[in-house]
Design a protein around this ligand. Sequence first.
Ligand code: ASP
Length: 212
Amino acid sequence: MVSAKKRILLIATGGTIACKRSDGGLTPVITSHELLSYVPAAKSFCVVHTLQLMNIDSTNMQAEHWIAIAAAVEKNYAKYDGFVITHGTDTMAYTAAALSYLIRNAAKPVIITGAQKPIDMDVTDARTNLLDSLRIASDDRAYGVNIVFDGKLIAGTRGKKERTHSYNAFASINFPYLASVQDDRCIFYIDDKAGLAGDTVFSHELDEKVTL
Ligand code: ASP
């Protein structure tokens, strides 16, 4: 049986993955459409539409941006099988945690990814991370808000950036990796989507009067 290609929405928010060199250092300027042009292999397994929501360094990510990302997923939820959000690495884990609570019980995958090097560099992890993310977002076993980085699928509430330069930047804290991507194969270690029950619930507010 030939299954139809999955429909994925790529939502770009900025970060190093979308940066170009400028006089002021690296600046996020590469658009969602351009990002997609670096992973032509994705065409073989999914149809991707793009949305440029913002183009910022993730150190400037605020609660209002998390709400805007969740709203973009909600607005397009019925139209797509999965979502890939490109994001800076510095606050990716915080965004993943916030989205895990803003988008609860999601039966569709909402994958957050980024890179240590811009996608237009000759040597970069960006193309692999983006292609891996599209692959996971197109897999029937994937669901919920997760991070994909360096070939690993990490639960959105468990990710932590532990390394500044290494491609292996993110760890899963006190929880196993959910899956890995090896070449063109997704290998799931936790395959529990069948246990998911109830509707997807979106929240539209966050209380910003919280500090650590
Ligand atoms: N400062 C960048 C950001 O978080 C770092 C990165 O993307 O790796 O947007």
